[in-house]
Design a protein around this ligand. Structure first.
Ligand code: BGC
Length: 741
């Protein structure tokens, strides 16, 4: 009797009195208490519904309880146009055109955390205004091969650079009450066979190279969601992978957010239940329009899961954990009453896009200070090449956008030199004249039926009497260029561009090549061309940013986030490494072994003494910087301590400029092989002519450590270290030794 009374009292306590706000709707209550409260109220079916999609990009929430739908969007360079409920195709809205920000390779090339915060905050505002709760980005897969079609969506080859740059982006996005969904976790380093590559990589490379950016996004950035990758690792797909998701992400790093499947990345119900996936998206589509049943019910984490629970084949512990995570996401985003409202296509966003572009463009070569352009009376500038006029925001896969405007390089030049110089344009080559992605069209008509010979002859003719010839080429967003789902087929430039460049170089010594790409390209003509600019995919303000650099209204300060090899065979994945792997005899799985281990990017080139075309961290300025002598505040550091390394940097040129001061650490003797040196610090500083600034880096144990795969821990080994400071990985200006006791 007494027990019955207690039960009744407890039951009554759980039901709010009429007019009383339930705990889960009380925004002043602790999120975990709110989650506990909803969990008690939800039915099994409602829980199942919450963990898979209801449309191409949304999940349903719980209508009965007033828990809203969760809406996701690509990402990572702008907000994707609205698509039909159940299709990839754009829905044809007329109010969903966005600002395209520069691609993430460009952001990485700024080497400026402030730019990353600005980027995250701005794109988060666009997402928020468009009522999105999760942005599918940023991407931080490491640049392993220059052939990867999706490198432009990532932050380069170095784990320290990517880890440092991803954190402010995540924080900026999430300051809007929009979750960043960091992708593609993990080891998604090629697009060819992206659903069937099984990566074989040693633990040391996994922990030292491929995971740090994800770890930083989770631990330092506090990311609220992570997207699993398409590929396999240890024979399990990334979206339901025991080692990556349960052991490392949720175990070692304590991730409390949501693991979202990549669209169509879920393959197995049992693994999806047990191996760390929380929300399933994109598995099948077109059910609502073509089938007689809601296709989303057939998702692995839908009816099949429910049936297993009902049959007693599996319990509900995993389900409850998934639902708690989705609820946590809802409370952090769509149910956060205090989140800002966001803004879209604002002047501030265009300014941000231009600023990031300005800081990310890399001046690769500038012999005879041919740049900036010295325009004046009667100066004639000739622009050549398809990339001077081609819109680059449409295409490339899921990052494709519908923009309010995109300034082409030619338009940027014309605006910058209006009234100062005459700007003429000739085509030079014909690349990809199509311009459509999922129903969004560029509206450009680029067709040109002239032969290669005719186009080159026209360009050469026009180049003869120009003061400057600027060739705009590189890659584009079409298949086998910089594009999702395809890798490139070669390092060389497509569409016969090398021939055009050679022909122009033969008639005009003032040739500037502007390479627009998210990847390294071969430059067999490099000795014949005095100036080369790496201009990335720069989004809405592309032409303005490029003109800012060419005209000199902005002093270039970008640095390469990855190495440019001379030849493909020089890069590790195509030399010792394995690419695209070996197909198993009996099944459609490609085992791809990362035989180069930790020697990715500059770590490989330096170790093998291979001279790259342009080194990691390289980038010139229109001014010069001199470096003083590096000093250490102590020559010995004890275990657990830190050492401060300082250097004076002076602008010795005649104009203001920004320099990225780079700190590399070299372990002089260690039990395991280590790279010659590794990036462990960088700082972007701005200096007026003649100005000097002291830059100080604090080096801690983490910076000295390597991952010991036997012990499964990070080890800082006592012994001698060298701190190297410079302007690029191949331009070290000063060094100082210290010892770990
Ligand atoms: C891509 C993801 C993207 C998703 C949704 C997938 O094909 O790999 O990066 O976020 O589609 O568009």
């Amino acid at each position: 009797m007494k027990i019955g009374v207690i039960f009744l009292a407890l039951a009554l306590a759980a039901i709010p009195a009429a007019g009383q706000t339930p705990v889960y709707l009380d925004s002043s209550a602790d999120i975990e208490d709110r989650i506990d409260d909803v969990m008690k109220r939800m039915t099994l079916e409602e829980k199942i519904a919450m963990i898979h999609a209801q449309s191409k990009f949304s999940s349903p929430g719980v209508k009965r309880l007033g828990i809203p739908e969760i809406w996701t969007t690509d990402g990572p360079h702008g907000i994707r146009p609205e698509v039909f409920w159940d299709e990839w195709n754009q829905a044809g809205w007329t109010n969903d055109s966005c600002v395209a920000f520069p691609a993430l390779t460009c952001l990485a090339a700024t080497w400026n955390e402030e730019m990353s915060l600005l980027y995250g905050k701005s794109i988060g505002e666009e997402a928020r205004y468009r009522k999105k709760d999760m942005l599918l980005g940023p991407g931080v897969n490491i640049y392993r091969t220059p052939l990867n079609g999706r490198n432009f969506e990532y932050m380069g080859e170095d784990p320290y650079l990517a880890a440092t740059m991803v954190v402010p982006y995540v924080k900026g996005v999430q300051s809007n009450g929009v979750a960043a969904c960091v992708k593609h976790y993990a080891l998604n380093n090629n697009e060819i066979n992206r659903h069937t590559s099984n990566v074989i990589v040693d633990d040391r490379a996994l922990y030292e190279i491929y995971l740090p950016a994800f770890k930083a996004a989770v631990i330092d950035g506090g990311a609220w969601s992570i997207m699993g990758s398409y590929n396999l690792y240890r024979d399990q797909h990334g979206c339901h992978n025991q080692y990556l998701l349960n052991d490392i992400l949720k175990g070692e790093w304590g991730f409390d957010g949501v693991v979202v499947s990549d669209w169509g990345g879920t393959h197995d119900t049992d693994e999806a239940i047990t191996n760390g996936l929380d929300m399933e998206f994109g598995t099948h589509t077109d059910g609502l329009s073509k089938g007689n049943k809601n296709e989303y019910d057939n998702y692995h984490l839908a009816s099949p899961y429910l049936a297993k629970i009902k049959a007693g084949e599996t319990g509900t512990d995993e389900l409850d954990d998934k639902v708690r995570r989705v609820l946590r996401l809802a409370f952090r985003t769509v149910m956060d009453k205090d989140r800002p409202f966001g803004s879209m296509v604002s002047e501030a966003h265009y300014e941000a896009a231009r600023k990031i572009g300005d800081e990310g463009i890399v001046l690769l070569k500038n012999d005879g200070d041919i740049l900036p352009i010295k325009a004046g009376n009667g100066c004639k500038i000739l622009a050549v090449g398809e990339n001077a006029i081609k819109m680059m925001t449409v295409g490339g896969g899921s990052s494709s956008l519908k923009v309010q405007h995109e300034i082409s390089p030619l338009e940027g030049l014309e605006a910058a030199f209006e009234g100062i110089a005459e700007v003429k344009y000739v085509r030079g080559y014909v690349g990809d004249v199509t311009g459509e992605y999922n129903g969004v069209t560029t509206g450009q008509s680029l067709a040109d039926n002239r032969s290669e010979e005719e186009l080159i002859a026209e360009a050469v003719d026009a180049a003869r009497d120009a003061d400057y010839v600027i060739f705009f080429g590189g890659l584009n967003k079409s298949h086998h260029q910089d594009c999702e789902n395809f890798d490139r087929k070669e390092l060389g430039l497509p569409y016969g561009q090398d021939k055009v460049i050679e022909a122009l170089a033969a008639v005009n010594g003032n040739l500037i090549v502007v390479n627009i790409s998210g990847n390294a390209v071969a430059m067999p003509w490099i000795d014949k061309v005095p100036a080369v600019v790496q201009a990335w995919f720069l989004g809405s303000e592309a032409g303005n940013s490029i003109a800012d650099i060419l005209s000199g209204s902005v002093n270039p300060s970008g640095k390469l986030p990855f190495t440019f090899p001379v030849a493909l065979e020089d890069s590790p994945a195509h030399s010792i490494g394995d690419y695209p792997g070996t197909k198993r005899e009996d099944m459609n799985i490609w085992d791809i072994e990362y035989k180069e281990g930790i020697f990715v990017g500059y770590r490989w080139f330096e170790n093998k003494k291979i001279k790259p075309l342009f080194a990691f961290g390289h980038g010139l300025s229109y001014t010069d910087f001199s470096y003083g002598k590096a000093t250490a505040d102590s020559r010995t550091v004890s275990d657990g301590g830190t050492v401060k390394i300082s250097v004076d940097v002076t602008n010795t040129g005649e104009r203001a400029g920004k320099e990225v001061v780079q700190l590399y650490i070299s372990d002089l003797k260690s039990a395991l092989p280590r790279p010659e040196k590794e990036l462990k610090g960088f700082r972007k500083i701005e200096l007026a002519p003649g100005e000097t600034s002291t830059v100080t880096f604090t080096v801690d144990m983490e910076d000295l450590s390597y991952f010991d795969p036997e012990k499964h821990e990070w080890i800082a080994e006592p012994g001698k270290f060298k701190a190297l400071i410079g302007s690029a990985s191949d331009d070290i200006r000063t060094e100082v030794n210290f010892e770990l006791k």
